[in-house]
Design a protein around this ligand. Structure first.
Ligand code: MN
Length: 252
C-alpha cells in the first residue's frame, strides 16, 4: 500500500495516524508545505522506515515564506524527498509568481546538484510553466507530478520528460482526471490521497485508502484485474526507489 502525497502533519491527530500507517505498512511520502514544519513532521515519522518526509515550500504560500528560503535550502541538501513544491497559476497567486518560480527553480537545481532527489510537484493551472522549468532543470531528479490536471498534450510532454504521476481518489472521481490517467503509461503511475485536503463526505482520505479506492477504478481503466494493478504500483514504487538510490552520490 502507498500514499505518495499526503500532509500527515495537518491531520487532526498525526501521532495516531502514524501508528495506523505503521501497523498497516503503508509506504507514505509525507509532504510539508513550509520549511518550519519540516523537522516536526519528520520527527512524527521517527522510527517508521516506510514514511518518507519531504521538505517543501508550497507555491500557494511562496509569498509569505521567502524568509524561510535559507532553511529550505539547508534541508533540501540533506533530505532525499522534496515536496510539496511547484507552481500555482491561479489568479489569486499571480502576485507571487516570481517568488514561486525562484523557489521552484532553486529546489530543482539544488536537488540535482546533490545527486538528485524524489520530488512531489504541484502544477495547478500551471502545467505548461512547470514543464518548461522541468525541461531545463530536472537534471538527475525523479519528478512525481501530483494530481496532474493539464491538457492531454501537456501530459504527453510530461511523459516524454520521464515524469511519474501520483493519482488519487479525488482525481479519479471526475471524467477529466480518469481520461488523463487512461493516457498515462501504467508503469509511471503511483498512488496518493492529498489528504487531509482531499476529502469525501467531510472526512479526509487516509493514506491506506488510496489503494483501496483507486484499484478498482484503475483496473477498469487499464482493463487489468485488481491483483495485476496492485502488482504494477508495487513495481513502480520499487523502480522509483531504485532511481533514488542510483542518484545518490556514492560515498568517497
Ligand atoms: Mn498537497
Amino acid at each position: 500500500m502507498m500514499d505518495l502525497h499526503c500532509h500527515l502533519d495537518l491531520y487532526p491527530n498525526p501521532s495516531a495516524l502514524v501508528r495506523e500507517i505503521r501497523s498497516r505498512g503503508t509506504v507514505t511520502f509525507s509532504v510539508t508545505t513550509t520549511p518550519s514544519a519540516y523537522r516536526q513532521t519528520k520527527a512524527l515519522a521517527c522510527g517508521v522506515d516506510h514514511i518518507y518526509t519531504g521538505i517543501g515550500l508550497h507555491p500557494q504560500i511562496a509569498g509569505q515564506r521567502q524568509g524561510e528560503m535559507g532553511s529550505f535550502e539547508d534541508y533540501v541538501r540533506v533530505a532525499d524527498f522534496v515536496g510539496e513544491i511547484g507552481l500555482d497559476g491561479g489568479p489569486e497567486f499571480k502576485s507571487t509568481w516570481p517568488a514561486q518560480n525562484a523557489i521552484f527553480e532553486k529546489a530543482l537545481s539544488l536537488a540535482d546538484s546533490c545527486g538528485g532527489k524524489v520530488l512531489s510537484i504541484h502544477s495547478r493551472r500551471a502545467a505548461a510553466p512547470v514543464l518548461a522549468v522541468l525541461r531545463r532543470l530536472l537534471g538527475r531528479n525523479s519528478a512525481i507530478l501530483h494530481w496532474f490536471s493539464g491538457t492531454p498534450m501537456q501530459l504527453d510532454e510530461a511523459i516524454e520528460l520521464g515524469c511519474w504521476f501520483s493519482v488519487g481518489p479525488a482525481m479519479l472521481a471526475g471524467k477529466k482526471g480518469r481520461d488523463l490517467v487512461a493516457r498515462m503509461p501504467v508503469d509511471r503511475i503511483l498512488l496518493e490521497t492529498d489528504g487531509p485536503f482531499a476529502r469525501i463526505d467531510d472526512e479526509p482520505y487516509y493514506p491506506w485508502q488510496a489503494e483501496q479506492i483507486c484499484t478498482p477504478v484503475l483496473a477498469s481503466i487499464f482493463d487489468m484485474n485488481a491483483a495485476s494493478v496492485a502488482r504494477v504500483y508495487k513495481d513502480n514504487l520499487h523502480s522509483l526507489l531504485v532511481e533514488l538510490r542510483k542518484q545518490k552520490p556514492r560515498a568517497p
